[in-house]
Design a protein around this ligand. Structure first.
Ligand code: GDP
Length: 432
């Protein structure tokens, strides 16, 4: 049954192409101004626990209410180190908004997410933004987007995408770049018209699969995902089927949230098709299914990508210790990292047996360096070892090395250099 009052759309954009500005404008159009002050108040209004900062706006989901329809806009992480997360997040959507700068055109960094979105059969809408920019070339950019989608294996239906031209900065969207329209409504109408409403059974047994996990010191783990069937209430008894396929237990939904405007808002109930966040599933993991006790619904487990690279963090032993940060103690370092381990489920953080340091394993250089930089800004000073590949041992005892599939986009004149660099790193060229 179509839930006509809901649309779930993921947004894909290269950094700086105007995603924040566009979402702001859509929220404004829908009557909510994006102003942090106001948002905090909204969140504070809803729940005492939320006053404690941890739970506020960690999540990047927003929702826009337009013509009695709630449009959930789902942000997508752009980098391949967060690839697993991309796939999970896209599972919540029925459509995707590809935002492209009218001057720059589509950028290689968005290929990865777009390819996933297309392979999940999501319906695309292309927004060519910044058409006000001098040198904007919307027609050419449209051709480039078409070529890109063709190359990424889009279906005929997907290639028949609708295009909206916009100047988010000036607050207008148009079906034709020169039609003179001066508001954002054509984009909102296009979303309602072209993105399918969730096709779900609101009267079926409750079933929600956790796609992302946030952590708050005050309430613990918060699982977010799409309610695929049934309806759910705060206080309800549910069954949790763990992603590992073995464990299951009954629990109570302590708090239920939906996404309203810029943040999570506590809700009493929610209906299939909507995106919800729940507290109460204590050791919530990605892929866990929250379902009906009498009629449990099984769902395909989500494969969480395993760490491929690790580094050792140690307290600084430099004679100049203290020059770069205020927090230098080994104990503080350990506490900080253990906390990260709670919140950042895609990292594996363990103390070394000899207690000389903490091993942090993640998806790649970027994933690990984001953490290092965050801690550095928090005032930590520490030293890290060389990154090491995380090997696995197969059942027959062979040592397995993680392999990543990489796509390199470069202008022709740099192809030779790129092949050389990849070759040095042990790459095998599959095709060019
Ligand atoms: P994000 O990184 O994708 O979230 O991009 P932002 O929304 O932060 O925008 C990046 C820059 O592009 C900012 O300086 C915006 O003011 C500018 N920008 C956004 N939309 C437009 C537009 O429609 N036209 C022009 N000329 N600039 C824009």
């Amino acid at each position: 049954m179509l839930q006509e009052h809901i649309r779930n759309i993921a947004i894909i954009a290269h950094v700086d192409h105007g995603k924040t500005t566009l979402v702001d404008r859509l929220l404004q159009t829908a009557g909510v101004f994006r102003e942090n002050q106001q948002v905090e108040e909204r969140v504070l209004d809803s729940n005492d626990q939320e006053r404690e900062r941890g739970i506020t706006i960690l999540s990047k989901n927003v929702s826009i209410r337009y013509k009695d329809v709630k449009i959930n806009v789902i942000d997508t992480p752009g980098h391949a180190d967060f690839g697993g997360e991309v796939e999970r997040v896209l599972k919540m959507a029925d459509g995707v908004l590809l935002l492209v700068d009218a001057f720059e055109g589509p950028m290689p960094q968005t290929r990865f997410v777009l390819k996933h979105a297309l392979s999940l059969n999501l319906v695309p809408i292309v927004v060519i933004n910044k058409i006000d920019r001098p040198g904007a070339r919307p027609d050419e950019v449209l051709d480039e987007v078409f070529e890109l989608m063709l190359e990424l294996g889009a279906s005929d239906e997907q290639l028949d995408f609708t295009t909206v031209y916009a100047s988010a900065m000036n607050g207008y969207a148009r079906l034709d770049p020169d039609d003179g329209n001066m508001d954002m409504l054509p984009l909102l109408d296009t979303i309602l018209e072209h993105i399918p409403a969730p096709d779900v059974d609101p009267d079926g047994p409750v079933a929600m699969q956790i796609c992302t996990v946030d952590h708050s010191e005050y309430v613990g783990r918060i699982g977010t995902g799409r309610l695929f069937s049934g309806s759910i209430e705060a206080g309800q008894q549910v069954l949790v089927l763990k992603n590992n396929g073995n464990d299951r237990y009954e629990t109570t939904i302590k708090h239920l949230y939906t996404f309203e405007a810029l943040g999570r808002e506590e809700a009493q109930d929610a209906v299939a098709g909507d995106i919800i966040a729940i507290v109460g599933v204590d050791d919530a993991d990605v892929g866990d299914v929250v379902t009906d006790i009498e009629n449990p619904v099984e769902m395909e487990p989500i494969e969480v990508e395993e760490p491929t690279l690790s580094v050792i963090f140690e307290a600084s032993s430099s004679p100049l210790v203290g020059k770069e940060g205020d927090i230098v103690g080994g104990r503080q370092l350990k506490e900080r990292l253990m906390r990260e381990g709670e919140a950042n489920i895609s990292m594996r953080i363990e103390e070394l047996e000899d207690k000389s340091g903490i091993e942090v394993a993640g998806r790649g250089i970027l994933h690990l360096s984001v953490l290092m930089e965050t801690m550095r800004r928090e005032g930590f000073e520490f030293q890290v070892g060389r990154p090491r590949v995380v090997y696995k041992t197969a059942e027959d005892g062979t040592k397995l090395e993680p392999i990543e599939e990489a796509t390199v986009d470069v202008p022709n004149e740099y192809a030779g250099k790129a092949i050389e660099v990849m070759g040095t790193a042990g790459g095998i060229m599959e095709h060019m």
